[in-house]
Design a protein around this ligand. Structure first.
Ligand code: F0G
Length: 353
């Protein structure tokens, strides 16, 4: 028996990596594809969850980061930089440690979840809290990477998309073909771009492993939905801080994925996101962060709108681990009751007596 080797070693024949370079990996990928019993019942479909919170730093970013940091290291870079709503910075910080590189991160002040900040800190990243939003951070990071010797590892770096496309490969490898519909949250729009690339490559050529590609359904938060409005949002707002983005870098590539797949990009409210967040945890046993629940919220909305024919196979990506942002799990939940060290009292409180 052997353990999963990480996406570069597992999919080397389908990635552009030079044969003799040192791979920087935390054995990312190989994440669970979990059948969603309650969501399947509610939709009349065969729904699966791609649980990306099971990656080494707790989000899908690790798939792209192993590629980006491996390439940066091979190119002789000594430092990397990224803008982030939290997950990219956590991932970059961890992979930079593996590579022996310095990691600088730019985050919007006060708008990243505590767990993500803790990750960047404990991995020793140099953190700047910027007085602006994610879009401002990305502008700054791009500028710094052009002027100074520091490699940009945001998803505008093609290596990131290259690595993230492997999630589509895994889904096809597990299901035996592509699903009918793939649903995911959209922020900076790198991931929808990556999935579409992955599905396309797996359905193409003599060694094709899929007979078709899915329709891509992307969901933004309603207060941060530039792709839905067709114009940048100057002051994006949502409780799902991971996707609080007003001017996605991969804008036109996301539109291409949407149009070529005959899919759509729509929005869901914070209330819908929180409802889906609780459903995922309380009824499917999957603890994802709020932004991740936008995919499930979107699927449920599409069902209500009559857009989902029963009997289809649907995969929802849940992009990040719920532990990153536990405030939302605690908020609004009943306080645990306190009992003495006494079996009768405990039994009574548990309703067993
Ligand atoms: N879900 C989570 C948990 C994310 O962290 C992100 C993006 C997305 C969804 C959206 O993916 O940007 O490829 O459309 N997080 C980035 C970050 C922006 O900095 O961690 P996308």
């Amino acid at each position: 028996s052997r353990q999963w080797r990480g996406i570069i070693e597992e999919y080397r024949d389908r990635l552009f990596v030079k044969p003799d370079i040192e791979v920087v990996s935390l054995r990312e990928g190989g994440t669970p594809l979990v059948p969603a019993r309650v969501l399947s019942e509610r939709t009349g479909c065969d729904v699966h969850l791609k649980v990306e919170g099971a990656n080494p730093t707790g989000s899908f970013k690790d798939r792209g980061m192993t590629m980006a940091i491996t390439e940066a290291k091979a190119a002789g870079a000594q430092a990397v930089i990224c803008a982030s709503t939290g997950n990219t910075s956590a991932s970059a910080a961890a992979y930079a440690v593996r590579a022996g590189m310095v990691c600088a991160v730019l985050v919007p002040q006060g708008k990243i979840a505590l767990g993500k900040m803790g990750q960047a800190l404990v991995h020793g990243a140099k953190i700047l809290q910027v007085e602006g939003n994610f879009d401002d951070c990305l502008t700054l990071a791009r500028g710094l990477s052009e002027k100074y010797p520091v490699a940009l590892v945001n998803s505008v770096n093609p290596a990131r998309i290259e690595g993230q496309k492997t999630a589509a490969f895994e889904i096809v490898d597990m299901l035996g073909d592509a699903p009918d519909i793939h649903v995911l949250p959209v922020g900076n729009a790198g991931n929808i771009t990556a999935y579409w690339k992955g599905y396309g490559e797996y359905a193409d050529g003599a060694s094709a492993r899929a007979t078709r590609t899915p329709r891509m359904w992307g969901f933004q938060a309603s207060g941060a939905a530039p792709l839905v409005h067709g114009a940048p949002v100057r002051d994006p707002s949502t409780i799902a801080t991971a996707i609080r983005i007003g001017n996605p870098a991969s804008w036109s590539l996301a539109e291409q994925a949407r149009d070529e797949s005959e899919g759509f990009i729509d929005s869901v409210t914070d209330r819908q996101i929180l409802r889906a967040y609780r459903l995922l945890a309380a009824e499917e046993g999957v603890f994802a962060e709020p932004a991740s629940a936008a995919s499930v919220a979107g699927l449920l909305q599409a069902v209500e709108q009559g857009k989902v024919d029963p009997g289809q196979r649907i995969v929802c990506t849940v992009t990040g681990n719920g532990l990153k942002d536990p405030d939302w799990a605690v908020a609004g939940a009943p306080q645990p009751v306190t009992v003495p060290v006494d079996a009768d009292a405990a039994a009574e409180r548990l309703g067993l007596a």
